[in-house]
Design a protein around this ligand. Structure first.
Ligand SMILES: *[C@@H]1O[C@H](CO)[C@@H](O)[C@H](O)[C@H]1NC(C)=O
Ligand SMILES: *[C@@H]1O[C@H](CO)[C@@H](O)[C@H](O)[C@H]1NC(C)=O
Ligand SMILES: *[C@@H]1O[C@H](CO)[C@@H](O)[C@H](O)[C@H]1NC(C)=O
Ligand SMILES: *[C@@H]1O[C@H](CO)[C@@H](O)[C@H](O)[C@H]1NC(C)=O
Length: 569
């Protein structure tokens, strides 16, 4: 693909927001969509890279366009991408705006007249946050570590909460808007990324938590077909124990009630919700939790109804589509951290040490009511009771839920929300796909964590998001690791494995001394192998095998159809 290039350097003094920015220079890229002005910053190892932030890929979804699929950005003359762009509406969002369909492009090498086709692999990152928090902003996901490698990094905003995931089960709001936003971003990348030195034929989609759910869904979405070539799903997958279902009408009604809108018909409800300021949506998030900030996930992707003239992102249950061999046959990397959401229990233990056992006591006394809320499975049915009883037997050996049995609770938080869905995803993909599935567990524990003990400030373990510390500079809350910090080896290993995978589909090339000569063998149905990423890199077998066997027993799926040989590589 040939793209006209103009590269104009300005000497200027523009605050870019990068603390490492020492160049104070700007450059302009001419892409098919228009000219984009970006700035320069410095990677961890001091390499200069180009940064274009907050580029609009979709028109603002406001007014009549709220709750509608994004309109691709209208070509512009010049777009100023030298500063941080907005986040989508959410409680406490930085620079938040509904004009938030933006992406950030970071690249170590722009095309030049002498080298118009740079053709670097493209790594796309869909951010975490339960479909109601975070953004792609560089203050949340700084590119400085990944910009030491030879890739083009694209981080993507998408609509959140009711504004992104309203699904009434009918034509008014069929659902999945936030995911369709991501598709629009992937289409933008196909058209424009060559102008930034990226190869549109080598695109790896990656994501964390809600972003990993998204990746697992792009693998089965007709809208995403042909827009990517490899996939990385970190600590999340939409292959949940229960089906996603076809709508979340109860949440639409709840949102309407909170914002004083009628709920008699979907038309009236949506028309009224279109008139409310976005801040009112953002500020109502807390009202959706049911039990002390839980469940962790509220808004979910859904299997969309057929609506004439509307593209469907998801046409059937993702687990079923993957089981039938209908997922894209591309190389996949997926895995979890050692403790994931087990860190939720830190607060319970601290309360208990302060003499307040109310969380433990409430869960113990009302297990069949609370367990389905906090571990996220069906409620109020005879089957729900059966599941609750089985989990209690398995994780607590029928002992009371208390400080003494808190490890059972921690394991349940780890397995129910993240561990088992990722296990199911990895297992099914390894059964149906001829392409490798690289499965991992991150056990490396550095000095910092998203969950520390109040008294010692020491990490509880390796919880959800902790491995992101080694891929991105999380500047809002964590230090910038120096090359001689103990964490840096893991930064080096993870950024190298992730980008090797983006380049070649294999995270560890043969005989690589940086990786202790380990061979990362893909998971197969018979070998059950995974790589432990700890102080050392170690091949192991059967990640949380006993626990996952129990979940597989409680939430069975029919055997996968082996489609390994029926598909071209
Ligand atoms: C214990 O904690 C619960 C939940 O935060 C709170 O509602 C309750 O008032 C606390 N009890 C005491 C005695 O402080
Ligand atoms: C955490 O420590 C602070 C200061 O020592 C104290 O005020 C607070 O109550 C503690 N919180 C918990 C949950 O123990
Ligand atoms: C890796 O393999 C090379 C070549 O066989 C060898 O020289 C080196 O000592 C090995 N490194 C480790 C950490 O085993
Ligand atoms: C882990 O690697 C270090 C070197 O980085 C080595 O000293 C140590 O023995 C290894 N530990 C294990 C369990 O292999």
């Amino acid at each position: 693909m040939k793209v006209p290039i103009t590269l104009i350097l300005f000497a200027g003094f523009i605050a870019t927001g990068f603390s490492q920015d020492v160049q104070n220079q700007e450059a302009e890229v001419t892409a098919p969509i228009g000219r984009i002005r970006g700035s320069f910053a410095e990677s961890r190892l001091g390499r200069r890279f180009f940064s274009a932030r907050g580029i609009r890929y979709g028109e603002p979804p406001i007014g009549e366009n709220r709750f509608r699929q994004a309109i691709p950005a209208i070509p512009f003359d010049v777009f100023d991408a030298t500063k941080e762009g907005p986040s989508c509406p959410q409680p406490g969002g930085v620079l938040q705006s509904e004009d938030c369909l933006r992406l950030n492009v970071y690249t170590p090498e722009l095309p030049s007249p002498g080298k118009p086709d740079v053709g670097k692999p493209v790594l796309v990152f869909f951010h975490p946050g339960g479909f109601y928090a975070f953004s792609a902003q560089s203050i949340s996901f700084g590119p400085e570590y990944l910009m030491d490698t030879d890739i083009v990094l694209v981080t993507v905003n998408y609509r959140l909460m009711s504004l992104g995931f309203m699904s009434t089960g009918d034509s008014q709001a069929p659902g999945n808007l936030g995911l369709k936003d991501q598709v629009e971003a992937l289409r933008w990348i196909q058209r424009n990324i060559a102008a930034f030195g990226g190869d549109p034929n080598c695109v790896t989609i990656s994501g964390y938590s809600a972003g990993a759910w998204s990746v697992s869904l792009h693998l089965v979405s007709p809208m995403s077909k042909g827009l990517f070539h490899r996939a990385i799903a970190m600590s999340g997958s939409a292959t949940t124990p229960e089906n996603l279902g076809g709508h979340q009408r109860h949440l639409a009604v709840k949102q309407a009630e909170i914002l004083d809108c009628p709920t008699d018909t979907t038309e009236n409800m949506i028309a009224c919700l279109r008139t409310k300021p976005f801040e009112e949506f953002a500020n109502s998030l807390g009202k959706f939790f049911e039990w002390y900030g839980l469940p962790i996930l509220i808004w979910s992707p859904v299997v969309e109804p057929v609506v004439p003239g509307v593209e469907r992102f998801l046409t059937a249950e993702p687990t079923e589509l993957i089981r039938q061999g209908k997922a894209e046959k591309v190389p996949v990397m997926t895995g979890i951290t050692k403790d994931e959401f087990a860190g939720v229990t830190v607060f319970w233990v601290e309360m208990s040490r302060n003499g307040n056992n109310s969380h433990f006591e409430d869960v113990d006394a009302n297990w069949e009511e609370i367990a389905p809320i906090i571990f996220q499975y069906q409620r109020g049915t005879p089957r729900s009771k059966e599941i609750s009883r089985a989990l209690r037997t398995f994780y607590f050996k029928d002992q009371p839920v208390s400080l003494a049995t808190v490890q059972g609770l921690a394991n349940l938080f780890r397995d129910s929300i993240i561990g088992f869905p990722v296990h199911r995803f990895a297992k099914l993909m390894s059964e149906v796909s001829p392409q490798p599935v690289y499965y991992y567990e991150v056990t490396y524990q550095g000095r910092y964590s998203h969950r520390v003990w109040n008294d010692t400030q020491k990490p509880y373990g390796v919880v959800h998001h902790d491995d992101l510390l080694y891929l991105f500079y999380l500047k809002s809350n964590f230090p910038y690791f120096k090359v001689d910090d103990p964490e840096y080896q893991t930064v080096k290993r993870m950024t190298t494995m992730w980008t090797n995978f983006a380049k070649t589909g294999n995270p560890i090339p043969a005989n690589n001394q940086d990786f202790e000569n380990v061979t990362w063998e893909p998971l197969t149905p018979s070998n059950k192998k995974y790589l432990e990423i700890g102080d050392n890199l170690t091949m192991k077998t059967g990640l949380y095998a006993k626990e996952n066997e129990e979940w597989d027993r409680l939430f069975p799926v029919a055997p996968a159809r082996n489609t390994k040989t029926s598909v071209k590589h």
